[in-house]
Design a protein around this ligand. Structure first.
Ligand code: NAP
Length: 346
């Protein structure tokens, strides 16, 4: 039987992806949608400025947009997916968890809190065990689980492959699409025919979240990866997809072939929305890649692509690319929801 879910911030860039992705998985069905006070009381298909290339599902389009508050939601929802602005989420998500809801959230608030799991199911599913710590400390019946920022999630699966060679330091420079800022995030005057060499707060997110994701969990706390990560983040005029240039210094001295093999070994998971292979690696015969790689059978848009792998005396350099509102946002929360269900948390 499908689990009944709600989407918080359902009318936005990530919220619409939630609607699209949840519609194609039999695991969940959408029972409630929320948005800002300006959208409350409207039908979803009136409130959402729908921009995706699939239609709004009829049953979701007919839902009335609710207030984003515990008392406005049905009691029997199994799970909430959250794509609220982080300032709103910081207030509302804890109140929802206290009221007993389990929340799988995209928003950046609390990602680094010591008792909040920050999870990519194919990389660190064991970190979900922090829910026990969280419930003990906060007295919640519900739970709060986060996925990382879209630029972090693009890079971390490739770093997970490098971990076996001893990561000493990482430098990354990004070229990020405008959808990463939400529908009204970057003004057209700012981005048309331009590149913006600054994304507020993004660099710190990449530098800290990546170390938590790659850290080890001992049953009580996460010990973050002991490596320096330095990020430089840039906005470019593409609609979707974050391309990243990574330079990593390693304790060992692997060849490019060994690095590519390690990246190819990063598997997907058994979760329904996970691809069979998480990282698609282009070989040296494709120096102009990566390009977005879709797995049409499973996890469409959930893969990370990597290419240009080069071993140098200073370490390794390569490019990676992922879809920011699918693998980097709604798809990431959806996978965390599938993991919560598979492990019996909901
Ligand atoms: P967005 O397009 O601006 O959408 C924001 C959503 O939140 C809309 O549904 C909006 O409703 C709702 N909202 C705004 N103010 C609210 C309030 N006071 N109370 C309740 N709902 C409110 O933003 P987005 O790109 O989808 O991002 C959503 C979250 O995901 C952000 O925290 C963002 O940092 C994070 N994130 C985004 C990406 C990405 O690639 N875009 C990736 C990772 C994480 P209305 O339509 O009624 O205004």
């Amino acid at each position: 039987m499908a689990l009944e879910v709600g989407i918080l911030g359902a009318t936005g860039a990530v919220g619409q992806r939630f609607v699209q992705l949840i519609e194609r998985t039999p695991r969940f069905e959408i029972g409630a949608v929320t948005a800002s006070p300006a959208s409350e009381g409207k039908r979803y298909d009136e409130a959402a400025k729908w921009r995706l290339d699939t239609e709004i599902p009829d049953d979701v389009g007919a839902l009335t947009v609710r207030e984003t508050a515990p008392e406005a939601l049905p009691d029997d929802l199994d799970l909430l997916f959250s794509s609220l602005p982080s300032s709103v989420a910081a207030e509302v998500e804890p109140a929802l968890c206290e009221a007993g809801y389990v929340v799988s959230s995209n928003s950046s608030n609390d990602r680094l809190a010591a008792d909040v799991p920050l999870t990519i199911p194919e990389i660190n599913p064991d970190h979900l065990g922090l829910i026990e710590v969280q419930r003990d400390e906060r007295g919640w019946d519900g739970a709060l689980v986060k996925n990382p920022n879209c630029s972090t999630i693009t890079m971390v699966p490739t770093l997970a492959a490098l971990d076996q060679f001893g990561i000493e330091s990482v430098q990354v420079s990004t070229l990020q699409a405008v959808s990463g800022a939400g529908y009204s995030g970057v003004s057209s005057m700012e981005i048309i025919d331009n590149a913006v060499p600054h994304i507020g707060g993004e660099e710190a997110k990449m530098e800290t979240e990546s170390r938590k994701l790659l850290g080890s969990f001992d049953g009580g706390a996460v010990d973050r990866l002991d490596a320096d990560v330095t990020a430089s983040c840039n906005r470019i005029p593409t609609v979707d997809g974050h391309l990243e240039n990574v330079f990593a210094s390693l304790a060992d001295d692997p060849s490019a072939d060994e690095i590519r093999a390690a990246m190819r070994d990063v598997e997907g998971s058994d979760l329904p929305s996970s691809p069979e292979q998480l990282v698609h690696v282009f070989g040296e015969d494709h120096p102009d890649r990566p390009q977005p790689r879709m797995d049409r059978d499973r996890g469409d848009g959930m893969m990370v692509s990597a290419g240009g792998v080069t071993a140098t005396d200073a370490g390794v350099k390569y490019n990676c690319l992922a879809h920011n509102t699918i693998r980097g946002a709604a798809g990431a929360s959806l996978l965390n929801g599938e993991l919560l269900a598979a492990e019996g948390w909901i």
